[in-house]
Design a protein around this ligand. Sequence first.
Ligand code: GTP
Ligand code: MG
Length: 397
Amino acid sequence: MPIIGIIGKPNAGKSTFFSALTMQNVKIAPFPFTTIEPNKGIAYVRVKCVCEEFKVKDNPRNSTCINGTRFVPIEVLDVAGLVPEAWKGRGLGNKFLDELRKSDALIHVVDASGSTDIEGRIIKPGQHDPIEDVKFIDEEITMWIYSHFQENFEKDMKRLAQEDESKVLDYMERKLSGFSITRKQIAKVLEKISKKPSQWNTEDTKNFIRMLIMEAKPILIAANKIDIPESWKNLERMREIFKDRIIVPTSAEAELALRKAAEQSIIEYLPGANDFKILKDIDEKKRNALNYIRNNVLKRFGSTGVQDAIETCYFKLLNYIAVFPVEDQNKLTDHEGRVLPDVFLVPNNTTARELAYLIHTELGDNFIYAIDVRKKQRIGADYVLKHRDVIKIVAAK
Ligand SMILES: Nc1nc2c(ncn2[C@@H]2O[C@H](COP(=O)(O)OP(=O)(O)OP(=O)(O)O)[C@@H](O)[C@H]2O)c(=O)[nH]1
Ligand SMILES: [Mg+2]
């Protein structure tokens, strides 16, 4: 299962973001380096359940279903803040970066309000330009991987130039395996570059790493602290400058406040919703705070963006889809009679047989055919699964 890492400079709101997603109590404070040791937790992505379409009452096992929406668990990681030249070890940056090795996608939490300087110290809103933060964090991630990759690279490439191309791929795979970058991802990027690796100069190699990051550790930008009005113009500017990037406006603080209020039954609120309902008599201060969130975040942006960010990361950047495996295609149950028990999150080009392997090795080995339960059609091993497919796998006993 992919891991999503939450990165950014100190004091940008990473832990607030993490806590809102996972409801784990972690240290949050208005000064840099509040987090030192990484926080690991479970967040949930929403998938429109198929229970209503099939008119069944489901009985989920690996997820929960609330009013026809499945909440499917995924893994997230909150790490310490990064400062410029982190990759060289500044502010323990190399240690903090190394904690991101296992992550498959990154959410860069940017303080869009400009109320913290480049190292996370508090200043007046609007005094710092968040564009600089996007640029420097991109550079840190690039240099972190590049600095490992370039060791002996030129020399080794000269040696491998005489050999066949698969040797180059072997070499790169070995060098990058520690960053959870796969051979397939490397090959895909190499295909796009006409110049031979043995002829690359420093800039070519850095460009290769930049392309590889887009492929293997894509970065979503969360324009955070959107509840602060100074963020609004900055968001427009960020969208203007980083046209080809995915930018999601977020208020981690608002999402955390809403989820906490819902937990205490003060309000009715589902993660990612565009509004909430007040359930209890509350004092004026609380009411004002909630109204502020309603008027300046929810009405303006459609949600707090936190849930949207994690889902965009999963379904757009990583291109995952959700499928519902069942054992009985008529009752939509597993062998214990649970209706629509599981949702599997899989890469978008996963085949029926690959799904079988994900469920159980034996099921993959003994695969005969599968059934598209919605269409009541037989499908073969190479059938490419689609989002929200309901699939039964038939295997030899
Ligand atoms: N207004 C506003 N403040 C926020 C938001 N998110 C976080 N904050 C505040 O920003 C400060 C820093 O939040 P943290 O979550 O600790 O930031 P961090 O990025 O984890 O910081 P380090 O662990 O020090 O790197 C806290 O005072 C939060 O309450 C937001 O969306 N809006
Ligand atoms: Mg933190």
